[in-house]
Design a protein around this ligand. Sequence first.
Ligand code: ATP
Ligand code: MG
Length: 645
Amino acid sequence: MRRDTPPFVYRLLGALPSRRLSLPSRYLIAVLAVLVSAYLRQVVPVMGLPYLLFIPVLMVIGFVLGLGPGLVSTVFSAGLAAYLFVGEPNSFRLSGQEWTANALYLVVNASIVAVCASLRHSYTRLRQFAATLERRAELRTRERDQVWQAAPDMLCTVRLDGRFASLNPAWSGVLGWDREQLVGRRYSMLVHPDDLQHSHQALGALAEGEILFNFENRLRHRDGTYRWLSWSSVVRDGLVYANVRDISALKAQARALEEAETLLRQSQKMEAVGQLTGGLAHDFNNLLTGVSGSLDLMQVRLQQGRYDEMERYLHLAQGAAQRAAALTHRLLAFSRRQTLDPRPLQVNQLVSGMVELISRSVGPSIELSTQLDDALWITLCDANQLENALLNLCLNARDAMPEGGRLSIETRNVSLAGIQAAPLELIPGDYALIQVRDTGVGMTVEVASRAFDPFFTTKPLGLGTGLGLSMIYGFARQSGGQVRLDSVPEQGTVVSLYLPRSGDSLVPASEQASPPTPGGALQGETVLVVDDEPTIRELIAEVLGELGYIALEAANGTAGLELLRSPARIDMLISDVGLPGGMNGRQLADAARAQRPGLPVLFITGYAEHSVLGYGGLEPDMHVLTKPFAMDVLAARIETILRGR
Ligand SMILES: Nc1ncnc2c1ncn2[C@@H]1O[C@H](COP(=O)(O)OP(=O)(O)OP(=O)(O)O)[C@@H](O)[C@H]1O
Ligand SMILES: [Mg+2]
């Protein structure tokens, strides 16, 4: 701290050791000083006025030795002057006027002495105060220095041109550089190249008066590696004051945590995939055994010539194949790739129509009730799949109430604003809500969290496939809705199914197009079949032959297109959607119609490939049939398309 130098006189006077002298010696010195000045007055007669010399001496006495000695020496000097220099020398014979002058001298000098003494007092107080202030400032500075020196955080000041102005010792500890190596250098020389741009921006923002909190970047250590630092900075008087923390360890921890989470997610995913493939393989093996066993036996009976038992095995094989188809259908429903036929639908009507079926399915021990909102909005969804979903939910409820209970189906309208829609992963808007409520055993948190997983079931082997809820989930999501579970163990479960409100009104049943009656092929009518699976091609060609059509076959899009470009007669295209060789079924159909406008197309597909078929429906005269299909269904579809034109 800068100290103001006091004037020379004050320094001199202040240095006089008056306060260190005892009181009697101060009085003694005062009296002696008066005697010495009287003596000087005696020996130096030119000194004029009798009292003149006493005045400065008494002022000094008052200032240096204090008020008491000052007053005593004033009285003493007045007496001495009266005796020695005024009136008749060496006697107190003075005129009245002289006595008055002497008394005046006494009063005036006493006042001067008092002023000098109080001046000294103030001066001493001022000095003490200054000393205290100085001590405090020193203490504060020392404290600040300690913080600067001993702080574990890195503290620094940086000039606005990006050069370090000062750094505390923590910097050397973290970055390995000596402070002298850093002061005056641009801090950007140490910044990681990837962090340069936003570091420059941060400095710019600081220069404009912003305060920076937890700004992160990487600075180079002396050994060439980088450290993650977090800066909190502010600009004062053209200097950046920064408190910087080394967060490398935190960053490493966060990275390790992230990696662990990724690994966990991966292993959970693998577990789910394992569960799925295991369940699938198990069910399919059973069904395949049914199909292949029946076929084997048919072969044996054929060889034995026992044709009468053939039909039985045929039915067994067909039954197993149908169950396999149902299984893949449920899987596709879960993967949201079933081919849906969404139409405007009045859910209340659908529920009312199902009450009979549901009450028969759940049995008499369960009391079924419905609470349907009369003003329920029309929804857009596939009616068959909704029936399927509702039935599945009611069967789950039945299984949760082996001793009986209450089952209710409720419907109502809900309008979801952004804040309500977000947790449901829905877009804000209007939804019809269908709730299936039971008073059954409920679910634990663990079961509820896995209930939608395909093949997850708590039911004994053979009683549940674990596909019911997964299918409902896939259906709801594919329909633009959502499904949620609320369950309390021992109290019951509510399953809420949200379906989007439809902008369209209901289509009266009478307006729905009725299929034309099949009438068989016309002379020379030709159908092009494109599928990479030879068995399917062969079977379709067989069906076409049965119906009297000529079948042309192609194994991929390019071969199919070649036929379409040839002059051959082609009345219809049946094509798989996923085709090898770079051209999918949709592209083939588009190319075909460019070549032959209005050519009817029937896509046959294993699942709904929206990216190919499009969400917004197909062009007129383009149709979809989902694999697997029964051959009579295919035949009816071909007839409908060709005859219905
Ligand atoms: N209403 C309910 N009350 C209690 N638990 C339920 C209910 N609904 C589902 N669960 C639990 O969720 C599990 C999965 O249900 P999900 O419908 O997917 O399969 P599942 O009923 O076991 O078999 P299925 O494929 O035959 O439907 C059930 O095994 C059961 O533990
Ligand atoms: Mg179920």
